[in-house]
Design a protein around this ligand. Sequence first.
Ligand code: BGC
Length: 263
Amino acid sequence: MSKKHSAATVIGVDIGGTGIKGGIVDLATGKVVGERFRIPTPTPSTPQEVAKVVRAIVAELSGREHAPAATSPIGITFPAIISHGVSLSAANVDKSWINADVDRIFTQELGRDVQVINDADAAGLAEARYGAGKDVKGTVLVITLGTGIGSAFIYNGKLIPNVELGHLEIDGGSAESRASASARERDNLDWDQYAVRLQRYFSHVEFLFSPELFIVGGGISKRSEDYLPQLKLRTKIVPAQLANNAGIVGGALQVAMHHKITG
Ligand code: BGC
């Protein structure tokens, strides 16, 4: 049976501290075509183990009807500072990733071109192009609440990469250790208690950057009704429109931009 190949779709893989998710992204719409495919992040999350999972996800997606050509590049997000394809940190993955050449590791494992980007930066790009940040002028901060706290700084639709606002120090500790989604679970907080922590965090970030808009991403963005209404900020704050797919879509988008693939 012949497969339908299209230049308008690209595979995006979003590597998180808890799960690794992939999907086929339609670049014209910014939507994931069909089901996304998720495998829990292996423990320990070493380069070798994570690379195997990414290979399994890409293999599954590549066999699907709407898969792009087998030679097409893959967009990958990674939950760390990424500079020239190299990981400079590892807050929520195995420490052996520090200074690892992430780009080379996945290129070798997959035998295909890859382009790696920080996970929150990917979510930011996706929201700026297809979601809640579309056509917004000035500073838009996308904050992802997950295993850690990720951030993307968008100015007039352009990404300023590797801004690490999850590691701001607040009340003597890192912001993500108090206000990430995993901190909420760890400390058994109900939504009102969690909103108090988010209030502390977002008002500090607001004071520092005076953005036009906050966009809240990550898995719990779909529960935003439970905590966003409690927040008192002068900045508008909205859930990510692409919800938990923003990473996959942004991962695909950035590799497509790099290779000038258009939808
Ligand atoms: C990392 C960021 C990442 C965020 C969300 C933080 O701990 O330092 O690079 O974007 O977690 O995964």
